[in-house]
Write a protein that binds this ligand. Structure first.
Ligand code: C5P
Length: 222
């Protein structure tokens, strides 16, 4: 099969990473979670005390980071300057700050260049917010994955509870709605459905149903 690229965009908690990982596995493609890269930069900034408003310092710091994404058994492993930060970048604190960091144009430029390099040879399933619109505008298949805020918050709640995080459903609904608002309204590459992306609303759908739908669509893209 030709090594084409699949771009999956959508709001927080729509199931992008779970679905993208399974689609990649079924096709023998590489899964790339771009949100993890913005999270890794945010985590580092919080660690060393750089507030998202201090943009110059943030960009200087991010430019010197070595971010590696390794395919793992249950997802992607994220290694930052040699340290495994896979779990650390999923905290509530990172959730609350990542959209502000991702709104800085020079941070985006740095990470987008890395993402384009990773997809150069084809055969990737990349998920994020701007993949179909900016990172891979020529991707053979573009999906815009979404679901209601309520359902997305419920999914995140179960995920975080399972990891022992102390959160409430209401708190997650608020966080997700706020992250949607920031991601949709920012000036640099806002979250928007590419005109040629297929809309898949996953409310009420199971993960295997969503994966099958995308695999079906990828048959026509191949
Ligand atoms: O996908 P995930 O929820 O892990 O992404 C975390 C945050 O990173 C998003 O809320 C968004 O602010 C930012 N992001 C982005 N562009 C991407 C991927 C993620 O701005 N391509």
């Amino acid at each position: 099969m030709e090594k084409f690229n699949i771009a999956i965009d959508g709001p927080a908690g729509a199931g992008k990473s779970t679905v993208a990982r399974l689609v990649a596995r079924a096709l023998g493609f590489v899964y790339i979670d771009t949100g993890a890269m913005y999270r890794a930069v945010t985590w580092k900034a919080l660690q060393i005390g750089i507030a998202p408003e201090r943009k110059d310092e943030l960009v200087r710091m991010a430019a010197g980071l070595r971010i590696e994404l390794h395919p793992g058994e249950d997802g992607q492993q994220v290694v930052l300057d040699g340290q495994d930060v896979t779990g650390l970048i999923r905290s509530s604190e990172v959730n609350r700050n990542v959209s502000a960091v991702a709104a800085v144009p020079d941070i985006r430029a740095l990470l987008v260049a890395k993402q384009q390099e990773m997809a150069k040879a084809g055969g990737v399933v990349m998920d994020g917010r701007d993949i179909g619109t900016h990172v891979l505008p020529n991707a053979e298949l573009k999906i815009f994955l979404t679901a209601s805020v309520k359902e997305r918050a419920e999914r995140r709640y179960l995920e975080m509870k399972a990891k022992g995080e102390d959160v409430t459903l209401e708190q997650l609904e608020r966080e997700i709605a706020e992250r949607d608002r920031l991601d949709e309204q920012r000036e640099a590459s806002p979250l928007v459905r590419a005109h040629d992306a297929v809309l898949v609303d996953t409310s009420g759908m199971t993960v295997p149903q969503v994966v099958d739908r995308i695999l079906e669509l990828s048959n026509t893209a191949a």
